[in-house]
Design a protein around this ligand. Structure first.
Ligand SMILES: [Zn+2]
Length: 279
């Protein structure tokens, strides 16, 4: 499943091809993804200029020049493929290419989603933040304004383990299972520690680790665990720089415990960690 760094990578890859471009054609090849695609989808998007590509949590937000926002979620398996103008008319569609957006220089973006958990919605831009998909969302971890004090304030009173709190999108967005494990390892904090005890220096250390793992992964072009494509028409490469995630039994990085990375199941998800290093 694409995580925040992958979505951010897709956004950055799409910007040079889409921003400021006018949509000349929208081809809709099925009626539904997770939910129905917008009514009169092509008619409402064709002719519109894409003024900006933003991201909120794992949603891409294409700001159109008529006050609409096209909201896109990649779901479990969604990917974007850029097709250069010279190939746009000759390259055959793949089975799971569901929506194609063509812009005024002839380039296409093809949205492919084999499992169809993806989502596309057209919303009035002014109503996005209050829409039911967005209104409960916590802050963006990479925003400079989100500091250790605000982080600790969001954890205050939470009696759940910190690992679960990090996955709670009302606390903060975009930290999935992989990044929660990695950040807790870097910060030396036990995944079992009660969230409300993370404050002061410990909160600063953990938030710093979260920002570090996310930014590092964005720089790598988005880590990927399965068939997630880079938006340059190529299949994304596989990221192997995780320290503990999916490394059960392997040597524990930066630690002389000699026991290796451990795994246990927490709230239905695998947690990877080192009990010696993380307290
Ligand atoms: Zn260790």
């Amino acid at each position: 499943m694409p995580e925040l760094p992958e979505v951010e990578t897709v956004r950055r890859g799409l910007i040079p091809r889409l921003e400021g471009r006018r949509v000349t054609r929208l081809i809709q090849r099925r009626a539904y993804l997770r939910v129905a695609l917008p009514d009169d989808f092509a008619a409402r998007v064709e002719g519109r200029r894409i003024d900006a590509l933003d991201r909120r949590a794992k949603y891409l937000l294409l700001r159109l020049d008529d006050g609409q926002t096209l909201v896109i979620h990649l779901g479990m398996s969604g990917r974007m493929t850029l097709v250069p103008s010279r190939e746009a008319n000759s390259r055959p569609f793949e089975t799971h290419d569901h929506v194609v957006i063509e812009v005024d220089d002839g380039w296409q973006v093809r949205f492919n989603d084999a499992r169809r958990f993806g989502l596309m919605l057209l919303l009035p831009t002014a109503a996005v933040e209050t829409h039911k998909l967005f209104r409960h969302l916590g802050p963006e971890p990479l925003e400079a304004a989100f500091d250790a004090t605000s982080f600790a304030a969001r954890l205050a009173g939470k009696r759940t383990p910190i690992k679960s709190a990090l996955l709670d999108q009302t606390v903060l967005v975009g930290v999935g299972n992989i990044y929660a494990c990695e950040a807790l390892h870097i910060a030396g904090i036990s995944p079992r520690r009660i969230a409300s005890t993370i404050r002061g220096e410990r909160a600063a250390r953990l938030l710093d680790a979260i920002k570090t793992v996310l930014e590092r992964s964005i720089l790598d072009g988005g880590s990927t665990l399965r068939d997630h494509a880079q938006p340059d028409g190529e299949l994304g490469y596989f990221q192997t720089r995780f320290a503990v995630y999916d490394k059960e039994g392997q040597p524990c990085p930066g630690c002389d415990c000699g026991k290796g990375v451990r795994r246990f199941v927490q709230a239905g998800r695998s947690t990877f960690w080192c009990p010696s290093r993380q307290k």
